[in-house]
Design a protein around this ligand. Structure first.
Ligand SMILES: *Cc1c(COP(=O)(O)O)cnc(C)c1O
Length: 487
């Protein structure tokens, strides 16, 4: 792929600076100078060339402003530009985290109100907006639970129970928090087996960690029984709320027997993500845990002003400052512009869209956990195609040729050749149908001309990558230019 340096030639310049109105500084070191031998090696291209270079690179990318992105578990929804504009307003984006509280009352009030709204949505009483991602929210939740057990003189409780369908971050964060992961089995319906949970919950149980709806897109219908089993054993219940897009205004973790949950603001609440941009994974909890929340939290004083307060029992800080404020602004704009009714409609539409896709695709792909309607996502299996020599990875690559982002593949681990599909509420019927038609067409190709699928992609700027080499021989920097290369 061409880099900016490949289109350079001596003497070209992209900007015209106004004349100096101060004396020129003499003695800028040669190596920082654009001109001359041993110069800084800056690219030499015209403004038009630079513009075209980057626009062309950008348009090779696939993104939500181009088409649907049914990446299961990631809730890749279209994010309204209104929220972008708001997050960039000078008075919001330009403040410094060390400003005195009295200078940033507006932002503190917004954070306070956002916290109240998230408590309302989850059915909880305490909240921290600090965690920088879902995974850090999980870590925060487990730290709260550990602090709780320590405060009750039960520091030995260190087992975190979780189902075999859990997202990889769940065991990772529990281990990081110095806990031991204990697996709980799922039954044929794809739901947690209460009997197995009963066998495993006991005097060492710190927490039960569950995603609901689970990673198969199924609601754990006996959730009350599951959370009671854990409470009776003296443990607490943590809900991984990354799938909250299915529940807004319909069901609340706090009402299901959970003690704490995190939300992925960058999934459910309108922040573009993917590619490693900032995230936000606030944690909401009930009264048992609120005193241990990371410091500081925003409180409303008696005179109506807002300030950042530390709590005596807090387990400490998670970030240097108060959270990824730009994501919090967008989430606030999202919630306020939709209102309570609108949030419920988001989840209802997400459920309807997923069920529409499931119904249209079920005849063409295996669906091992098809025991009725799904929630906001569902998991197909590519087993039928695998018997023809076409793997799920091939199907995912072939979708790129049809101009559509692939679903999540090979997750959750309990489904063979998994294809995890989450359309979100923001796709209309035409786009859903475009996806269905591409998938059906690929299923036919697998039967009739499988090489079309196994050779894919052929229409993308980069063809099939050697995934093993990419992992084993990772190179993230531009190889150094060799002697004699054009500048
Ligand atoms: C995305 C996700 C997470 C982790 O969230 P990050 O913000 O990526 O750290 C955890 N659990 C589930 C079910 C998820 O989908």
């Amino acid at each position: 792929m061409r880099t900016i340096f490949d289109i350079c030639s001596p003497g070209r310049i992209g900007v015209s600076l106004p004349g100096l109105d101060v004396p020129a500084h003499e003695g800028l070191p040669e190596n920082l100078n654009r001109e001359g031998d041993g110069g800084a090696g800056l690219p030499r291209a015209s403004e038009g060339q630079v513009m075209r270079h980057f626009i062309n690179l950008g348009s090779m990318n696939y993104h939500l402003d181009k088409g649907m992105y049914p990446l299961g578990s990631c809730t890749m929804k279209y994010n309204p530009k209104l929220h972008e504009n708001l997050a960039r307003m000078e008075g919001l984006a330009g403040i410094h985290p060390l400003c005195p509280d009295s200078h940033v009352q507006g932002t503190l009030e917004l954070m306070h109100h956002l916290g109240e709204l998230l408590c309302e949505i989850t059915g909880f009483q305490g909240v921290s907006l600090q965690p920088a991602a879902g995974a850090q929210g999980e870590f925060c939740g487990i730290m709260l639970i550990k602090s709780y057990h320590e405060s009750r003189n039960e520091p030995h409780r260190n087992e975190v129970l979780m189902p075999d369908s859990a997202h990889g971050t769940n065991p990772a964060t529990s281990t990081l928090a110095d806990c031991v992961v204990v697996g709980v089995e799922s039954n044929e319906q794809g739901l947690v087996d209460p009997e197995d949970l009963r066998r495993k919950a006991g005097p060492n149980t710190a927490a039960f960690m569950l995603t609901n709806p689970n990673t198969l897109g199924l609601f754990e219908s006996h959730i009350g029984e599951l959370t009671s089993i854990v409470h009776e054993a003296g443990g607490l219940n943590y809900m991984d709320g990354a799938n909250m897009n299915a529940l807004l205004g319909i069901a609340r973790p706090g009402d299901m027997g959970f003690d704490v949950c995190h939300l992925n603001l960058h999934k459910t609440f309108s922040t573009p993500h993917g590619g490693g941009g900032p995230g936000s994974g606030p944690v909401a909890c009930n009264g048992k845990l609120a005193d241990f929340l990371p410091e500081p939290v925003v409180v409303r004083e008696e005179d109506g002003s807002f300030s950042l307060k530390r709590s005596r029992d807090s387990f400490g800080r998670l970030l240097a400052f108060h959270g990824h404020i730009g994501v919090l602004y967008r989430a606030y704009a999202y919630i306020m512009s939709l209102g309570a009714e609108g949030l419920r409609e988001v989840s209802e539409a997400a459920l309807i869209n997923a069920n529409y896709l499931k119904a249209r695709l079920s005849g063409h792909f295996d669906n091992p956990f098809d025991h009725g309607p799904c929630m906001h996502e569902f998991v197909l299996s590519g087993d039928r195609q695998a018997k023809l020599g076409v793997k799920t990875l091939d199907i995912a690559k072939r979708l790129l040729d049809y101009g559509i982002h692939a679903p999540t593949v090979y997750f959750p681990l309990i489904v063979h050749e998994a294809l995890m599909i989450e359309p979100t509420e923001t796709e209309g019927l035409e786009e859903l149908d475009r996806f269905v038609e591409a998938m059906i067409s690929i299923a036919k190709e697998a039967e009739e001309k499988p090489h079309l699928v196994t050779d894919a992609p052929v229409n993308t700027p980069v063809l099939r990558l050697d995934e093993v080499k990419a992992v084993k021989d990772l190179c993230l920097v531009e190889p150094a230019a060799e002697e004699g290369d054009p500048e």
